[in-house]
Design a protein around this ligand. Structure first.
Ligand code: ZN
Length: 395
């Protein structure tokens, strides 16, 4: 209950507000009432607020979105529990990238999404069983069997779950789609067309090649694992960005990091960024085989991109407004007055940590991003609290 004399429930004072969608990067206070951003300004008065949070030295950014995660824990071997990772990484929204297909999507909703304190969304895998066999020593490609790639079942699942589905996922590569990669991609695009959704296409080892995949993707589709090492790196043997990438970006195809255990190489990232080809979106592809390294989580992945030359405010955009747009969710990923008060509070700490890519190459970091907590649904969840023990109020 808010004291009637108080205009706001919470006032967050003294932080550096970075809101790329509104082109704001300044020291500003944020006032919250009834779960919405009530006011943004300088010198907002503490006496007008029930609670005040001192954010000196802290960056206040739109609730971070990790567009590529695998959180169907216990039902898939590589799934991780979302809430502890969201909490430690200051993430508000996690998007499962095709762990489930039409055959088991209901379980993802029932047993994972409903239990979480955070916003969980998903891409539906074009393959009926989702990613059913992915473990450190055991991989069977879900997109390699034509009979599993059912457009009608995928679309039916989308229709039943419109509120949480953001697109159609397909994994392409020798180990995932075998030699029918382009057929799998065509099926995913057909489903996405029918449902008016974007595709997220995973690129692995060829076949198909980077250029073959990009040639089929439509404006708004997402290519994930964009800075993987060779083979199928974004750069050629001399380190130049492939013309196919520039042509696809020109058409509106989006490039997502999707770090994971095999899909982020410093050479690919540094070469691309140096040649003015940064990613559009930063995501972790966190799952059981990379949660303890090399990917860790979204903030760790953002810190790596910053080490590769991406400015902090751009890294924030790539993990908030950019993924919100990719999901066609313009209600998320920005801090406009009147919108949901969803904010991530992060800061930059000095470190001498060696960052490691998927090949084991290292780069010494000077600074790393650290989560202080998130503001979500009317309350502040400290990075050290246990939000998953609290009941979830649904949107
Ligand atoms: Zn993935």
């Amino acid at each position: 209950m808010v004291d009637d004399a108080k205009r706001w429930d919470t006032l967050i004072r003294g932080g550096r507000l970075i809101d790329p969608a509104n082109k704001i990067d300044a020291k500003l206070d944020v006032a919250v009432r009834d779960g919405l951003i009530a006011e943004i300004g300088t010198n907002l008065k503490a006496e007008n607020s029930e609670h005040t949070l001192d954010a000196s030295g802290i960056m206040i950014v739109p609730g971070l979105i990790d567009l590529h995660t695998h959180i169907y824990h216990k039902a898939t071997a590589y799934g991780v529990e979302p809430d502890p990772i969201a909490r430690r990484a200051g993430v508000v929204t996690m998007v499962d990238a095709g762990s489930a297909g039409a055959g088991n999507f209901a379980g993802l909703r029932e047993f994972v999404f409903k239990q979480s304190a955070y916003r969980l969304l998903a891409y539906v895998n074009i393959s009926y069983p989702g990613i059913f066999a992915f473990d450190k020593d055991y991989v069977v490609g879900e997109a390699a069997v034509k009979e599993l790639l059912s457009v009608s079942h995928c679309c039916e699942t989308v229709e039943q779950n419109r509120d949480v589905v953001v697109g159609v996922k397909v994994r392409l590569g020798a180990g995932t789609s075998g030699d029918i990669g382009l057929l799998a991609l065509d099926r995913a695009i057909e489903a996405a067309e029918r449902c008016d959704l974007p595709v997220m296409a995973h690129i692995g080892k060829p076949p198909p090649t980077y250029a073959e995949i990009l040639a089929r993707l439509r404006p708004g589709d997402v290519l994930t694992h964009c800075f993987r090492p060779a083979p199928n790196a974004p750069v050629d043997d001399s380190g130049s960005v492939l013309p196919a990438l520039r042509a696809a970006r020109e058409r509106g195809v989006l490039f997502d990091i999707g770090h994971g255990m095999g899909a982020f190489g410093f050479h690919s990232a540094e070469s691309s960024i140096e040649q003015a080809f940064p990613p559009d979106i930063i995501s972790s592809d966190v799952h059981a085989l990379c949660v303890d390294g090399p990917a860790h989580d979204l903030l760790h992945t953002m810190s790596k991109l910053i080490r590769c030359g991406v400015a902090i405010e751009d890294a924030v955009a790539m993990a908030s407004w950019a993924p919100a747009k990719a999901m066609k969710r313009p209600d998320l990923g920005h801090l406009s007055v009147g919108t949901r008060a969803e904010m991530s509070l992060i800061d930059l700490v000095d470190t001498d940590l060696n960052l490691v890519d998927v090949l084991g190459e290292t780069r010494q970091a000077d600074t790393m991003l650290r989560a202080r907590g998130v503001f979500l649904k009317d309350r502040f969840i400290d990075a050290d609290s246990r939000p998953w023990e609290q009941p979830r109020d649904q949107d």
